[in-house]
Design a protein around this ligand. Structure first.
Ligand code: ASP
Ligand code: MG
Length: 422
């Protein structure tokens, strides 16, 4: 049994959906397959924009129309006959979205932005799952969509639901596993459900993680993530034109790369696969016969330095008054507040009187941090930075990548080089 995950770019229009079908039809006739799909194209961004308008009490009509037309065109291109049931299914799902933003915000008792986010933004995957599963079913005679809300259980942490593994395993074993012998099982990525049956999401780009959860609970022989790149490269080819492909990576290497900001795989994807020793293939949906990258428990044999850029970073410098020194107790309170604010620390440097901390840029949380620190310390912030990480760094690579950058802070620890740059 295999799990295939298709991201937004791989189902962005009707020809892409047809291409998806070709890829799954290459599997041997009786092989079982679970498919996980993201929202089509850039629909998640469009839904975020819709929510923002609704929240700001602006007119939502244009946003709704844009989302409607986008999917409607794909359906029309896939199904010439307008009597196909999918047209009705789509209208019904679209009404659900419309209803979510129909009530004026001031009349709602439940004014929780994050809960609304999950209800609204998860609709992108409802549209894609309904359309793609209908199309596969039509062409193969056997594809069932199981709503991810009924499979992946999370707590009620909106926008970043924590998976409840025991309940999830039970759901997948009882609801998805039996259907796999009858045909393809398809489910949405990015989506979960809490104990009250309310929809939750797993964080932006979280469909990879959904696919890993499915693979783990189904004890799949492998997971393949189909992308618009040939596999995992040692750098973003838009930034480093001679980026090269890794044929093989260990779980540990891949997990670290995504932690430093490599966007090719969602950071939470690796652990569930590694725990069950399930290989992860990252392959191109444009050139499906190419081997791509295999990530498994083989010890790393990579010699290429990985070059990773992470945007939207800020550097916070916290200082104690002259003739004072930063004490361990100071560090403890600083990190406690950072943790409380839910900020993530990506780089650190400490001297006698000051600590420099690189954090994700979050304006509101920064204000809270400044308010708090102002009472105890002096604080200075540099915004609009990018973090550069070079793993397995050598002098030549560091020079080649940084020669035209302004470096605000750099740290080097044996083979790891990190810098905040502009
Ligand atoms: N559609 C969601 C997003 O764009 C989840 C995903 O694509 O993985 O963030
Ligand atoms: Mg997406």
């Amino acid at each position: 049994m295999k799990v295939y995950k298709f991201g937004g770019a791989s189902i962005k229009d009707a020809p892409s959906v047809k291409n998806l079908l070709k890829i799954i039809q290459k599997l041997p006739h009786k092989a079982s397959l679970c498919v996980v799909v993201s929202a089509m194209g850039k629909i998640t961004n469009a839904l975020e924009a819709l929510l923002q308008k609704y929240w700001n009490q602006q007119d939502c009509e244009d946003s709704l129309l844009q989302i409607y037309e986008f999917h409607h065109k794909i359906i029309k291109d896939l199904f010439l006959d307008e009597k196909e049931e999918i047209y009705k299914i789509y209208e019904k799902n679209f009404q659900t979205l419309k209803a979510l933003v129909a009530k004026p915000l001031q009349d709602r008792e439940d004014k929780d932005f994050d809960a609304l986010y999950d209800a609204i933004v998860s609709m992108g995957e409802v549209f894609s799952a309904s359309i793609v599963s209908y199309y596969i079913h039509k062409k193969t005679g056997a594809c069932t969509w199981i709503d991810a809300k009924q499979l992946i259980c999370t707590d009620s942490q909106w926008r970043e639901g924590n998976v409840q593994w025991d309940a999830t395993l039970k759901n997948i074993e009882t609801k998805a596993l039996p259907l796999l012998s009858k045909g393809i099982v398809l489910t949405q990525g990015f989506t979960g459900g809490n104990a009250q049956g309310k929809v939750t999401t797993l964080g932006r780009e979280g469909s990879d993680y959904s696919a890993a959860i499915m693979a783990s609970c189904l004890q799949a022989e492998s997971l393949t993530i189909w992308k618009d790149v040939p596999g995992v490269l040692n750098a973003d080819p838009k930034r480093v034109p001679d980026a090269q492909l890794y044929a093989q990576l260990s779980y540990a290497e891949a997990a670290e790369m995504s932690k430093y900001g490599a966007t090719v795989i969602h950071p939470k994807t690796i652990a569930p696969l590694a725990a069950k020793n399930i290989p992860l293939y990252v392959k191109s949906f444009l050139y499906p016969s190419q081997s791509g990258t295999c990530i498994d428990n083989t010890e790393a044999r990579k010699f290429l330095p990985s070059i990773i850029f992470k945007a939207q970073q800020m550097l916070v410098r916290i200082e104690v008054p002259p003739l004072h020194f930063l004490k361990e107790a100071d560090l403890a309170v600083i990190f406690k507040i950072i943790d409380k604010l839910g900020l993530r620390v990506h780089m650190l440097y400490k001297s006698a009187r000051e600590i420099h901390i690189c954090l994700d840029e979050r304006p509101l949380k920064l204000k809270a941090l400044q308010r708090w620190a102002g009472e105890n310390f002096q604080i200075e912030v540099i915004q609009d930075l990018e973090m550069l990480t070079i793993k397995d760094a050598d002098e030549t690579t560091i020079r080649r990548i940084t020669f035209d950058k302004q470096i605000v802070l750099q740290v080097r620890e044996s083979r790891l080089y990190q810098a905040l740059i502009r």
